[in-house]
Unconditional design. Structure first.
Length: 300
């Protein structure tokens, strides 16, 4: 995987105006028809391209047309969910306990190395985990990360790894939690509905999907969905949300992804045959969106 992946983001942003005005792909939400493809000069999806191992040096030399702008190792580490052998404590970790009581089985969908499940495994000894992603990420998780960070979980079988395409029927039936962290923002609506629908078929009445993503607010707020800032501040805290909007544009540039409002989350969830039960505010850039089966078990 390309750990210098940040270089390509700059060229994608440069290519965004041209892509939006392009008569062929300007209105497309396909993952392989974004500004990023124009910038790099490929028809491949970004994930496939990253797995080829293109380095920042190659990009700087101009072989791929990417702009040689600055991109620090700390930012790269955050994108790849790792940092110099050090575990980054996620803000959503502190709110997870409100959504998960007692023992259970947590299934991390497209969870890369399983970094969040790794942290949970140290706090909740009664939880078991299945980490699902593409083969290269799982190989690294099993060989270099979990054996160092929590070898006991591997030894006892509390964590398992499963290669899986989340657009296909989910082989893990009846998990208590299906965990989607920074997944749905990678995809436009039709793709998200396919992902959620595939999970829905595997759910039992007590199963829940927890979507960890940025939930976009407006200056007017969304009454009853997410808390607003105290007056006289704008409901979305104003300047505080600038990064969320920057990331929204970035996701559109590289993969036609979307950072969604509560109403937009509710739309794709209901179109998948599920119910949006509540949104947990994490007092950070991300929130947890909980969805269940119609008539399924809910939290209060």
């Amino acid at each position: 995987m390309c750990l210098d992946s940040g270089w390509d983001l700059y060229t994608a942003s440069d290519a965004l105006p041209r892509a939006l005005l392009d008569p062929e792909i300007g209105s497309s939400y396909a993952v392989n028809e974004s500004a990023w493809q124009k910038a790099i000069g490929t028809t491949k999806e970004r994930w496939n391209w990253l797995e080829e191992g293109t380095t920042g040096t190659q990009l700087k030399n101009g072989g791929f047309g990417a702009y040689p702008g600055p991109f620090g190792p700390n930012v790269t580490a955050a994108i790849q969910d790792e940092s110099q052998g050090e575990t980054i404590r996620r803000p959503e970790l502190d709110i997870f306990g409100l959504a998960m009581l007692g023992g259970g089985r947590v299934f991390g969908v497209a969870h890369l190395f399983g970094g969040f499940c790794l942290q949970l495994s140290k706090i909740y000894p009664d939880l078991n985990f299945i980490v699902q992603d593409r083969a290269p990420a799982l190989a690294q998780a099993q060989s270099t990360i979990w054996p160092v960070e929590n070898p006991e979980a591997l030894k006892t079988g509390r964590v398992k790894f499963l290669e899986h395409d989340f657009f296909n029927s989910n082989p893990v039936v009846g998990a208590d939690i299906y965990w989607l962290r920074y997944i749905l923002h990678d995809w436009s609506d039709d793709y998200c509905i396919r992902i959620l629908s595939a999970i829905k078929e595997a759910m039992k009445p007590n199963s829940r999907i927890l979507i960890c993503d940025q939930v976009m607010n407006t200056t007017a707020g969304f009454t009853g969905s997410i808390p607003s800032a105290p007056e006289p501040l704008p409901a979305n805290y104003g300047y505080f949300t600038r990064y969320s909007h920057q990331r929204d544009i970035t996701m559109m540039s590289i993969i036609n992804g979307i950072e969604r409002t509560p109403a937009e989350f509710q739309d794709i969830i209901e179109r998948s045959g599920l119910v949006m039960n509540r949104i947990y505010d994490c007092r950070s850039q991300v929130s947890l969106v909980e969805c269940v089966l119609p008539g399924g078990q809910t939290t209060k």
